[in-house]
Design a protein around this ligand. Structure first.
Ligand code: CO
Length: 652
C-alpha cells in the first residue's frame, strides 16, 4: 500500500503527460448539483447538449446528470420529460458513466414510497441510461436502502452508499455524530454490498482537519473507494478537498467554473492545477476545460444569470458555520418568509431551528429533512403562542413522528410526538419497523388513477411521485392543454434583446421606438408615474378591448401576488360582483398550491377536521375547519396556486 503523501513526480505538464501513480478521480456535478445549487435546478437539456461531447472527453470518473431535484423541476417548471433528458444526454456522452442522486426510498420525491414503485423507478432509471446510483437516506437509516439496493444490484449497476455528514458541535465529535458513528455507517454500507462510499457534506460543514481524520479512518477500516461530496457554502471545501486527498480520498466532486462556488461546489480547474505533476495528478487537459467554460459563459449562462442570488456580494455564507443549515434550505426559508411579509422574523427562525431539530431527533438536514425542519420552524415562529407550541404541525412532521421516514439519531421529544400523532390516521402509536413495511403497494393505484393520460410505465412513475404537477405535465406533453409561456424555453437572442433594453433604460434612453406599433384605441388611459424627483407620463391601452369596470361598490379584492417559485396558473380570488356566501372563512395561512380538498360543497365538517391539503415549500399542510358547519363554497381545485389570505372555503 502506498503512503498518502502527495509528492512531485514529474516536470512534464503537457496534456499528454504520463498518467500519475494514483490519480484523484473527479466526478463533475455541473449538470445536476451545479445548477440545482445556483440556478434553482432550472438547467434545460438543450443547454447541456452544446458541451456534452466535450465533457465526455475530459476523463471524468462520472458525470452527475440526473436525480435530486431535477426530476421535480423539469416536469413542473421546464415542461421537460425527465426520462427524455437521460436518453438524450446518453446519445452525446458515450464513454463517461452517468451518476444520479437517489433519495433511497424517497426516490426523487419527498416522502417514502412503496416498494413496488421504488423497484420500478430504479429499473426504469437503469434502463434509460443510469450507471451509478448515489443513494442516501436523510436519516442515515439504511433500512430505507434495502429495496432500491437490491434492484440496483439486480440491474448490474454501481451502488454508491452515502453517509450524510452532519454535526451537533462546531467540529466532528460530540455524543451523536462522532468518528465512531461514521465508521459504523461505513461498515454497514460495506456489509450491504456498496461499490463505493460517499461522504455527503451537503451544507459544507466538513472542516479540513476533520476531513483528514475521517478519510484516514475510513481508508483504514473499509476497503471501498471513498468519494467526497462537500459543498462550498462555508468556504472550506477547497481546503477540505486537499486534506482529504492527503488522507487518501479516491474521488472528489467538483463543478465547471461557471457553476462553481457559492452554495455549489469548488471548481475543477484549480484542483487540476494544484495536483499537476504530482502522484495524484488528475491527468486532465486544462485547455479542454477552458473551452467548455467558454461555451457555458457565452451561450448558456446569460439565460440563467437572473436566477443567481446576487443579493449579497460575498460568495461565502458564514450562516452555515453558525446554524449548520444547507444553502438551499436557507434560501427556502428566506423565500417563504418574504412571501408571507415576515422577513423580519429571520432572526427568530435561526433561534427556533436548532430547537425544532432537537425535538425531531437531531436529524441531519438534507432533502427532505431540511424542508421538514425548516417549514415546521417557520410555522412555529409565525403561529405559536406563548401558551401553545407546535400549533400548526405539517403532515410531514406527523409522518416523521410516526416513524415513516425511519429511525432518528436520538429519540423524538415525546411531547411533540404525542401532539403530532393525535388523530393521525395510521395510528397514534409510532412504528419501529422498516418504514416501507407499512406502505401499501401504490404502482397499480397510480396506473388506474392516471388512466389513459399515461402512455407508458415512465409516465406512470412520474405521476405516482408527483400526482398534481405530474398530471399537469402529462397534459402538456400530450397536447391536451397548452403549456403556459412560463415553462417555455427562451433563446439566447431573446435574452440579448432583453439585456439591450435594460441597458438602454438604465442609460435614460427609456423607450425603444417601435415602427409597427398598433393604433391607439378609445380605451387608452394615461397615468402619471413619479420616481423620486422624476416624472413620466405613460399611456396604457389594454390589449383585447377596453376594461370593464366592476359593478360592485365593494373594494376590489387585492390582486394576487405570484409566488416566485409557483407554477404558472394563479387564480385570482373571485370578483366581488357576486357576494360570497356568508359564514366562516378558511383562509390560506401561507401561499402555496392546493393538493386536494378532503371535503366538497354540502359536506358537514367538525371544527378541527381537515378540509384541504395545501402544499407550501414542498411540504403538505392539512388545514382544519375553523368552525363546525356545512361547506357552502369552495373556490379552488387541486393544482391551483393560491396566495396568502385566499378564501379556501366558506363554512356556514
Ligand atoms: Co449536493
Amino acid at each position: 500500500m502506498s503512503d498518502n503523501t502527495v509528492q512531485m513526480t514529474q516536470m512534464n505538464y503537457d496534456s499528454d503527460r504520463p498518467a500519475a501513480e494514483n490519480p484523484v478521480k473527479i466526478m463533475d456535478l455541473t449538470l445536476r448539483d451545479g445548477h440545482q445549487s445556483l440556478f434553482a435546478t432550472r438547467g434545460r437539456t438543450e443547454d447541456m447538449i452544446p458541451v456534452a461531447e466535450l465533457m465526455d472527453e475530459v476523463g471524468f470518473w462520472a458525470i452527475e446528470t440526473w436525480g435530486g431535484a431535477t426530476f421535480d423541476t423539469m416536469h413542473r417548471f421546464l415542461n421537460e420529460d425527465p426520462w427524455e433528458r437521460l436518453r438524450t444526454l446518453k446519445r452525446y456522452i458515450k464513454k463517461t458513466p452517468f451518476s444520479m442522486l437517489l433519495r433511497a426510498q424517497n426516490l426523487v420525491g419527498y416522502r417514502n414510497y412503496a416498494d413496488d414503485l421504488a423497484e420500478a423507478f430504479v429499473e426504469r432509471s437503469a434502463e434509460n441510461g443510469m450507471d451509478i446510483f448515489r443513494t442516501f437516506d436523510a436519516l442515515n437509516d439504511y433500512r430505507n436502502f434495502e429495496t432500491v439496493v437490491k434492484q440496483i444490484k439486480a440491474c448490474g449497476k454501481h451502488f454508491q452508499g452515502c453517509i450524510c455528514y452532519t454535526m451537533t458541535e462546531p467540529r466532528l465529535g460530540g455524543d451523536v455524530y462522532n468518528l465512531e458513528y461514521y465508521l459504523a455507517k461505513a461498515r454497514d454500507l460495506e456489509a450491504m454490498g456498496a461499490d463505493s462510499i460517499c461522504i455527503k457534506d451537503m451544507a459544507g460543514l466538513l472542516a479540513p482537519y476533520d476531513a483528514y481524520e475521517l478519510v484516514k479512518a475510513l481508508k483504514t477500516n473499509v476497503t471501498l473507494p471513498i468519494h467526497l461530496h462537500s459543498h462550498f457554502t462555508s468556504g472550506m471545501s477547497p481546503m477540505t478537498h486537499l486534506k482529504a486527498i492527503e488522507a487518501g480520498v479516491d474521488i472528489i466532486d467538483t463543478c465547471m467554473t461557471p457553476y462553481a462556488y457559492r452554495t455549489s461546489h469548488a471548481a475543477v480547474e484549480p484542483l487540476v492545477m494544484t495536483l499537476l505533476g504530482t502522484n495524484r495528478d488528475t491527468g486532465f487537459d486544462i485547455k479542454k476545460l477552458a473551452t467548455i467554460n467558454e461555451i457555458f459563459e457565452k451561450e448558456v449562462l446569460p439565460k440563467y444569470k437572473h436566477l443567481l442570488d446576487d443579493s449579497k456580494v460575498s460568495i461565502i455564507d458564514i450562516n452555515v458555520l453558525l446554524h449548520q443549515t444547507p444553502g438551499g434550505m436557507l434560501s427556502n426559508l428566506v423565500n417563504q418568509l418574504r412571501e408571507m411579509d415576515a422577513l423580519d422574523k429571520i432572526g427568530e427562525v435561526y433561534r427556533e431551528l436548532p430547537r425544532v431539530r432537537r425535538d425531531l431527533g437531531q436529524i441531519p438536514l438534507v432533502t427532505p429533512t431540511s424542508q421538514i425542519v425548516g417549514v415546521q420552524t417557520v410555522n412555529n415562529v409565525l403561529h405559536d403562542t406563548p401558551e401553545e407550541r407546535y400549533k400548526m404541525i405539517t403532515g410531514q412532521v406527523k409522518d416523521l413522528c410516526y416513524g415513516l421516514y425511519g429511525k432518528t439519531a436520538v429519540p423524538i421529544n415525546p411531547e411533540v410526538q404525542k401532539k403530532a400523532l393525535k388523530g393521525y390516521p395510521r395510528g397514534e402509536e409510532p412504528i419501529t419497523c422498516r418504514p416501507a413495511e407499512v406502505l401499501e403497494p401504490e404502482l397499480e393505484k397510480a396506473r388506474e388513477a392516471v388512466g389513459e393520460l399515461a402512455k407508458d410505465i415512465d409516465d406512470v412513475i412520474l405521476y405516482a411521485q408527483f400526482p398534481v404537477t405530474g398530471k399537469k405535465f402529462l397534459e402538456w406533453k400530450y397536447g391536451i392543454t397548452p403549456a403556459p409561456k412560463e415553462v417555455q424555453p427562451v433563446t439566447i437572442e431573446e435574452v440579448r434583446k432583453k439585456d439591450e433594453i435594460i441597458k438602454k433604460a438604465k442609460a435614460g434612453q427609456l423607450v425603444e421606438k417601435k415602427s409597427n406599433a398598433p393604433a391607439k384605441t378609445d380605451a387608452l388611459r394615461s397615468f402619471n408615474v413619479f420616481i423620486d424627483q422624476e416624472y413620466f407620463r405613460v399611456d396604457v391601452d389594454p390589449v383585447g378591448g377596453p376594461m370593464v369596470a366592476r359593478a360592485s361598490a365593494a373594494p376590489a379584492p387585492p390582486q394576487p401576488v405570484v409566488p416566485a417559485a409557483a407554477p404558472a396558473v394563479v387564480r385570482a380570488e373571485p370578483a366581488a360582483a357576486v357576494p360570497p356566501p356568508s359564514g366562516s372563512l378558511l383562509l390560506a395561512p401561507m401561499p402555496g398550491m392546493i393538493v386536494k380538498y378532503e371535503k366538497k360543497v354540502g359536506d358537514k365538517v367538525e371544527q378541527g377536521e381537515t378540509v384541504v391539503v395545501l402544499e407550501a415549500m414542498k411540504m403538505e399542510n392539512a388545514l382544519p375547519a375553523p368552525t363546525s358547519g356545512t361547506i357552502k363554497a369552495i373556490d379552488f381545485a387541486s393544482g391551483d396556486s393560491i396566495t396568502k389570505g385566499a378564501v379556501l372555503c366558506v363554512i356556514g
